[in-house]
Each structure stands twice: as C-alpha cells, then as structure tokens.
Design a protein around this ligand. Structure first.
Ligand code: MIG
Length: 701
C-alpha cells in the first residue's frame, strides 16, 4: 500500500510514474492512520525552511536503502547527505557521493518504506545524532512523501519499483566486459588495448573513450589528429567484436563558432545567472555553460546532439561531470583573486594564512555556487540548489529519450555518474571515482543492495579502482567481484599504474576470471532481465532471502545474485580464503576457470573456505540450477555476440527430500540482446532437470 503526502508546492521531479491519489497537505503532524508507521512524524519548520521527518527506531530495526552511499547495507548508525557531489575520495566519513537516492526501508517493529521526493539537499540522520532516532531533514518546505507498507522489505521494494517505473535495460553487449582508462589518447592506443585483450585470448565487448577523443574537450566533436578516421575506426573495431563507448561531459565549451555553444546561446538553452546571463563555470573544456536539461526543449536539443556519434556507428555512452561538477565559477574566482590581492599586500597571520589556503582549496564544487544559477523548468524559474539532484538525471534522460528516437528498436548502452531516482529508467550508473583500495571492493558490494532497491540495476564500480596505483592481487580480487556486477568495466585514472587484464604477470588468471564472467552470463543476464521486468532485486542481502535466520542480517560481505547464486568475494590483501556464512546447506564451486573447478557440499553455518588468488567461489542454493555458457573457454568466444547461450552447462544443486531426488527447475530468460521485445513469451523457458539427467550439454556435478 502506498500513500502520498504533498507538503508545500513541490516541483514535479518525475521520479515517479504511477499516479497515487494525493493525500491532504500535511502541515503539522502527519495524520496517523493504522496503515502508517505509528512513530513517524512530519513537521514543517517555517523558520528554518525545513521539513523534518522523524521516527523512533526500535533497538533491532534495520534500515536499508539510500542507493549510492557510504557505509553498510544496513544504513543505521551514520548520517548521509543526499546531494550529488563530485568527490573522488570515498573515505568512510564522507556523507555524499554522486547519486541522490532518497528511498529507504525500515524493517523491524514496523516495516515501511519512505521515499522523500525532494530534489534539493536532504539529510538522513539514521541513528547518528541519537542512536534510536531516524531524522530526515529536507532543506526545503516542499516535498512529496511516499509511504509504502508491506510485510517484507522485498514486498515494499516491489511496490516502490512499480511506483518509479521499469529499470533501464542495456544491450547484452553492455553486460560483456569493458575496458576503460582515462588517457587512451588515440587510435593507436585503443588498438593496442584491443590487441592486448584479443592476442591474449581475453574476451572483451567494449573499449571506452574518455575525454581525450574530443577536440579541446568539446562535446560532440572529435580530435582530428588523434582519431583521423573515426567512423572507419568505429567500424573496424566493431568488425573485431569491440564497441567503442565515448564519454559526454555536462559542460559546453564557450567558443565562438562551436555549433553546440552557438545554438545554446541563441536559443537560451543554458542555465542563467542572477542577471539573466548565461552562467559561466570552469570544467575540463575551460569556461563552459551548462545546458538547462531541466527544460524539455533543451533536453530534446541536447539529446539529438548524440546523433553526431550514433551516425558514426556508436551505440553507447557514459555521461560524466553531471552533478554538475564545477572546478570553479567565474564569479567566485574573481572574488578569490580580489581577496588574494588584498592578502598579498599584507603580512598574513596564521589564521589568515589558513583562510587563504582554504579559500583556494574551496574553489571546486562549492555549494554556494549552486545558489547562483537558475533553471527554466518549462516556464518556472528555479534556483539550481533547490533542484541540484535532478541535473545528472535529466542529462541522461535527454540522451535516453533521444536514443529511443534515433534507434527506436535497438537498445543502447547508457550510464551516468550523477543520478536521482527516475534516472534508473533511462540508464545505469557507475559509482564514480573509487580508489585502488581493498576497502573499495567491499564498499562496492554494499552499495549494490541500496542501488537495486532504488531501481538502479545496471550498476558497477571501476574494477581495479580508478584513483591510486593498483597491485596485481587487488586488481584480480576486484575482477572477481566485478565479474558479477551487471556493468563490468575496468577503469583507471590518467597517471596511475596500468591495470588492464594483460598488464600484469598473471594474465592467465585475469583471462580465466573474465572468461568466467561470460560463462555465468546466461544466468546473470537472465536474472538481470527478470529483476528489471518484475521489479525484483538482482543483488539481494542474505537477510531477505533467509528471513528466519537471525544471523543472516549480520552478513554484509556476501550477496545473493538472483534467486540461486550466492557470492562471497575475497577482499583482503594476502588472504588465501575467507569466512563464509551459509544460511542453508549449499553447493560450493571453486572455479579457477570455466573448466577447472572443485565442488563441495557445505552445510549450514560458518566455514573458513580456501580461495587462492586465482580462484573464485560460487555457492548454489538447494534445489536450483545455474545455467552457464557452454563455449566460454573456446577460442571462438571473444565477446557476447559469440557467446553460446543455447548449449548450456548447468550447475545443479538437486533437492534432496527424504533421500529422494526431485526435479529441479529454473526459469530462464534469454533474448537476442539487442531488440526491445522484452515481453515476448518466447524469452522465457523452463529448464527442468532430474538427477543424473544431462540436459543440453554437460553438467558440472
Ligand atoms: O575530473 O574524464 O569519474 O571516470 O575518467 C575527472 C576523466 C573527470 C571523472 C570520471 C572518470 C573520468 C574522468 N572524469
């Protein structure tokens, strides 16, 4: 059951697609009915211009959700600021990352979900200030609140997902392995990467182009010296089975004669400053204007610009810097320079010295700058900070809507750095600039549950870590986690140590792990599609699958993938194994490659399990089948186009009932991976298996 409360006069964020009959305008205390959580109150603080929602948590209440955020699967015990931020240093104390996903589920004494649809800053204090208080503060007097009730978190999530609409579905090749790095400067370097993979027999579906493919970082241009025959090159790579995926940045370079700039200026398509002039910020291209993607005409215009690249054979994009990130604003930079002039002429005392360095260090991504420009939301003038979290969403929406028109029948790859709930219908996300740190394997795992709850299914983190220098063992362990994320992309920052799969001594091990990704793909894809089409979770916390198991709620370093598979990645330096908790007896596969595997039955409970650096563990639930690709080790298999999902190898854990084997079944989704005929009943088939039976190919014990 969903109830909506309108507070003040909120703008329509379009996060939600289903019409819910509006509640009355709650002004003081929310009217408490027996359908609503008893302990929840909503107050409007006129003086502070805030809405404060509070709930008294029971000692054992668990809080799930908040999408892309720091800390645990259980969000309790910390504070989170919903405010899209370009911060590449994801230390544990951070309160904001790139996404703003204001949905949470409380499970315990009462079970309910809450979506705070408010596109400005919202603070979720979940037992931080006071351990039993959940307090949500919107820095605005306008918001739509949605209360969802259900018996279990999963029930509530399903309801929520219906409310916000179907998640984005990528082309199947988007779920193949992708290689990225900021600093592939030209055709030759990209070709060398393709060779590095293909000459080593490592499958790869895509190579990403970072900002250096553009001329002077201008969107929808090409660097003519670096990519002189771009279109030919795109097709040459496609003939090799590799798709190129270029980046698009939010800011449009200010440059006379540059078509995107000229059109934007003459049509008033850019965000404005207080005085009505096009707002100026500094980002990669130098001085830029921001396309006002909160305006539907601008979205149409900006989206159509992607044609420049689709016309040349491009089938996918990643949208960056769309928080929007601001290295500096022209206006504030001037103020700082003036201040520096002042400082220059005097003897600084130590406090002034720190004020001076702080001022310079604080130039980038300064919240105050977000208060100095405006959107024209289809006629309504709105200051940016009040709708800040909608920018990345709408940039990606612009692209998504345009790509639907450009290629109505074809799925296109699309994902973004910044996002808000609603964007999940148009694209996926990657979790931004993580680091080559062991702790970031675990962080990535924990983020997936919240993201899936908020509709973001096509998700992944930079494998190997983006910033800092990686080590071989970390890169390999990162790959052993990333091979299960729908978006599987190795990416690193310019200047860091190379981390392509062939950049280390153990190339063979990397190859086997990436081949294992393709091996599992029939299952991973099937589970992805079912999750997207049914509002289900691809990644699930153990606690949701085993609700009667008290201990399962404590496990945050193992995840269920779909209904049948459990994973337990190793994320510790020098570890040759790890502790694993099994909520039921499971079958454990220890893979070194698709064809090199040990199998064990492990009983319910705690285990220490060996897992060497070249191994990955996969657990199969009782009474289930995991369909895998039969040709994952063959030479011919070099990407998703050449992957055979007809001749399957099945991982089977047969049901043992009173000593008798029963039939085991799996509902498998498969389609061509390109078109949008998702609902075709032919896409679903049942795989049934009796013990001993060999079905469509080999069975691994
Ligand atoms: O300020 O385009 O998160 O993936 O490689 C850095 C360069 C800009 C940030 C993205 C990262 C990308 C990088 N970008």
């Amino acid at each position: 059951m969903i109830q909506k409360r309108i507070i003040g006069t909120p703008i329509n964020t379009e996060a939600v697609v289903k019409v819910i009959e509006d509640g009355y305008r709650a002004w003081d205390k929310l009217m408490v009915t027996d359908k609503l959580p008893q302990m929840l109150s909503v107050c409007i603080d006129e003086n502070k211009n805030q809405i404060v929602i509070s709930y008294d948590m029971d000692k054992d209440d668990i809080v799930y959700g908040l999408g892309e955020s720091m800390r645990g699967i259980n969000k309790r015990g910390y504070i989170y600021h919903s405010l899209c931020a370009d911060d590449p240093n994801h230390t544990e104390d951070k309160v904001s990352l790139y996404g703003a996903h204001n949905f949470l589920v409380v499970q315990g004494k009462e079970n309910f979900g809450l979506f705070v649809d408010c596109p400005g800053k919202v603070i979720f204090d979940i037992g931080y200030t006071s351990s039993s208080k959940l307090e949500i503060t919107c820095e605005s007097k306008d918001a739509n609140l949605y209360y969802l009730t259900g018996n279990t978190p999963m029930e509530i999530v399903k309801e929520f997902r219906e409310l916000i609409g179907r998640s984005y579905i990528p082309p199947k090749w988007g779920m193949g392995f992708g290689q990225c790095r900021w600093s592939y400067m030209d055709e030759n370097e990209v070709t060398a990467v393709a060779d590095g993979y293909q000459n080593n027999g490592i499958p790869v579906d895509s190579i990403y182009l970072d900002i250096d493919y553009m001329e002077a970082y201008k969107d929808f241009t090409l660097h003519k010296e670096r990519f002189p025959e771009f279109e030919d090159f795109v097709h040459k790579m496609k003939d090799r089975g590799i798709r190129l995926v270029p980046i698009i940045d939010a800011g449009v370079k200010i440059e006379k004669g540059y078509d995107v700039y000229e059109e934007g200026v003459s049509n008033d398509y850019f965000c404005k400053d207080e005085d009505g002039n096009d707002y100026v910020a500094g980002v990669w291209p130098g001085k830029v204007h921001f396309p006002d993607v909160l305006n539907s005409d601008v979205r149409k215009w900006f989206g159509q610009k992607y044609r420049f690249l689709t016309d040349k054979g491009i089938e996918g994009f990643w949208n960056d810097m769309n928080e929007p990130a601001i290295f500096y604003s022209e206006k504030h930079l001037k103020e700082v320079f003036e201040k520096i002039e002042e400082y220059k002429s005097k003897e600084l005392d130590i406090e002034e010295f720190f004020a001076f360095t702080g001022m310079v260090a604080g130039l980038s991504n300064r919240h105050k700058d977000y208060e100095t420009f405006y959107h024209n939301m289809d006629g309504q003038k709105i200051r940016h900070d009040l709708v800040h979290n909608l920018y990345g969403f709408n940039m990606t929406r612009a692209a998504g809507e345009a790509l639907d028109k450009i290629e109505p029948h074809k799925r296109m790859l699309l994902f973004s750095r910044a996002s808000y709930i609603g964007m999940h219908r148009y694209g996926g996300i990657w979790t931004g600039d993580n680091q080559s740190w062991w702790s970031h394997i675990l962080l990535s795992m924990k983020q997936m549950v919240g993201l899936n709850m908020c509709g973001f299914l096509f998700v992944g983190s930079d494998i190997g870590g983006f910033g800092s220098n990686v080590t071989e063992d970390l890169a390999l362990r990162f790959t052993q986690w990333g091979m299960f994320t729908p978006l599987m992309r190795n990416h690193s920052a310019a200047g860091t140590r190379r981390q392509e799969a062939y950049a280390f001594e153990r190339t063979e091990d990397f190859k086997n792990m990436i081949r294992l990704r393709y091996f599992f793909l029939p299952y991973l894809y099937s589970e992805y599609m079912k999750a997207a089409l049914r509002g289900d979770m691809y990644f699930r916390p153990l606690a949701w699958e085993f609700p009667d198991d008290k201990h399962a709620t404590q496990v945050e370093d193992q995840l269920m993938i779909g209904e049948n598979m459990m994973i337990a990645p190793v994320y510790t330096q020098n570890a040759t194994g790890r502790y694993v908790y099994l909520p039921e007896e499971m079958k454990m596969y220890r893979f070194r490659s698709p064809m090199d595997v040990d199998v064990d039955i492990l009983e319910k409970g705690h285990h220490y399990v060996e897992c060497a650096l070249n191994e990955v563990l996969v657990f199969v639930r009782q009474c289930s089948i995991i369909p895998c690709a039969g040709n994952a080790m063959s030479k011919e298999m070099k990407n998703t186009d050449t992957l055979d999902d007809k001749n399957l190898i099945l991982l089977v854990n047969p049901n043992i009932l009173n000593g008798e084997f029963k039939a085991v079944e799996y509902e498998m989704y498969s389609d061509d991976g390109f078109t949008k005929d998702y609902e075709n009943p032919k896409n679903l088939r049942k795989i049934t298996m009796r013990d001993g039976e060999i079905l469509r190919g080999k069975r691994i014990n």
